[in-house]
Design a protein around this ligand. Structure first.
Ligand SMILES: [Zn+2]
Length: 304
């Protein structure tokens, strides 16, 4: 691993030299920005749910099988508000936007907290593949319209009782089939891909096609192995096949590259690149970074 100042210098040079930037962002970016799903944010905001259900963090509590819609929505209203509709923009996202100033960029993210939008990224240049806490959809996807939940979530919060239930009158019901509603998150085959989702999916593909022969800098932030097939593995592939593309991967622990090794995918640690005879023309274009994202971004912006 390069030391911090060399890493910063290298990224700075890559940013200056590139024609465009492709940002890939996962949960680790929002954690670095201060929106972590455990610790004090969790215990401060969910002490009653922790007492009642024994929850340990906001990630696992999202999978809890609540026994009624009234209980489910009491939880989800708090979760949605805490992580999206009640949250302001986080400084790290604003700094990233500043870093991209004057660059042709595109963002693909699995994050559902809308921080890119809150920070002022151009909505036409962001593809949030996995949905958003700010919208509800029919749980059986009987139609492909999304419903902004900001107001109903506020009402649910105000009317949650001590049993941690909302009144039945506030339980959202699908206006088309009369069935239950869900948060717009990809968790099963009923995820709604509406017109806006398809528009951004095409915009992403267009960016890739238009820029394939240019100097593109991929900046990947905090993507582990929960859903690597969406951003991380494709980025590894672009690095392998597009000779003018560079990849800067920010990750605290997982800095491996996925390579095509005798026709199978193999994850190779940075220390093992030589054992796999990875060509220097490839490894020279890969910059693994385990330093704190905000620390590096601050240095790139000359803030500290
Ligand atoms: Zn429906």
């Amino acid at each position: 691993m390069m030391d911090l100042s060399k890493t910063v210098d290298r990224i700075k040079a890559l940013l200056e030299d590139c024609d465009c930037v492709l940002v890939g962002a996962g949960a680790g970016l929002s954690t670095a920005a201060g929106l972590d799903y455990g610790g004090k944010r969790f215990t401060d905001n969910f002490s009653d749910f922790i007492r009642k259900y024994g929850f340990t963090d906001m990630y696992s509590s999202g999978f809890y099988p609540f026994e009624s819609e009234e209980k489910k929505w009491a939880y989800w209203a708090r979760h949605i508000y805490t992580n999206n509709t009640g949250m302001t923009k986080m400084p790290l996202y604003e700094k990233l936007l500043k870093l991209l100033d004057g660059k042709d960029y595109f963002v693909i993210t699995t994050n559902v907290d809308e921080q890119f939008f809150k920070a002022g990224f151009d909505e036409k240049r962001v593809f949030a593949t996995q949905g958003s806490y700010r919208f509800l959809q029919c749980s059986r996807a009987c139609h492909d319209r999304l419903y902004d939940d900001t107001e109903i979530v506020q009402k649910m919060l105000e009317n949650t009782n001590e049993e941690l239930e909302i009144p039945s009158s506030l339980v959202p019901v699908c206006p088309v089939c009369g069935g239950s509603m869900d948060v717009h998150l990809r968790k099963d085959d009923y995820f709604v891909e509406d017109e806006a989702w398809h528009t951004q999916s095409s915009a992403y593909r267009d960016f890739l096609a238009k820029r394939r022969d240019d100097k593109c800098l991929m900046m990947e932030f905090g993507i582990g192995f929960n859903t690597p097939a969406i951003i991380r593995f494709p980025f590894d592939t672009y690095l392998s096949i597009l000779s003018d593309w560079n990849l800067v991967r920010f990750n605290k622990n997982d800095l491996q590259l996925a390579i095509d090794y005798h026709k199978t995918y193999k994850l190779v640690d940075v220390d093992d690149f030589s054992s796999y005879n990875l060509p220097q023309s490839l490894t020279d274009r890969y910059t693994p970074v385990s330093y704190d994202i905000e620390l590096v971004v601050d240095k790139l912006l000359g803030i500290m």
